[in-house]
Write a protein of this length. Structure first.
Length: 142
């Protein structure tokens, strides 16, 4: 355990890689019809409309941008806190409007998975990118 303690900064790298990849892929899928995750803006807007989201095409575009650029920024460790804030808001809205009525279980489309994604984004909001594998420059404190 001491080795892990001495290298704890790598934990944020793994968190950023996982969260960044998930959101980048889901965001691209909201823009384009690609693979199993892609509905394109029209399909995403249709889904948003079916769950009662107002101005569905506009919000499909907003979510596609937040997820694609936010996922990429988190992957790169660039503007990490801003990207994490956007993704946390994205997931909070998804939890409240879509997943909460379905309960907790992932199998029923419940809050389980988006809650983990929300928590990961909030963690990066508090911690930033960390010290390893990032493009952000370290700011002097004081």
């Amino acid at each position: 355990m001491k080795w892990f303690e001495e290298h704890q900064e790598w934990g944020l790298v793994f968190l950023r890689l996982a969260l960044g990849i998930v959101f980048f892929i889901h965001g691209i899928g909201k823009f384009f019809v690609v693979g199993p995750y892609g509905a394109g803006l029209g399909g995403t807007a249709g889904y948003f409309q079916s769950v009662g989201i107002p101005v569905p095409l506009f919000f499909a575009g907003v979510v596609a941008v937040v997820e694609t650029l936010g996922g990429l920024a988190i992957l790169l460790g660039l503007f990490t806190r801003w990207a994490a804030l956007g993704i946390a808001i994205d997931m909070l809205v998804a939890i409240l409007l879509v997943h909460m009525p379905k309960g907790f279980s992932l199998m029923n489309g419940g809050v389980e998975y988006p809650l983990v994604l929300f928590s990961a984004a909030v963690t990066l909001l508090f911690t930033g990118a960390g010290e390893k594998w990032k493009l952000e420059k370290r700011r002097a404190r004081g």
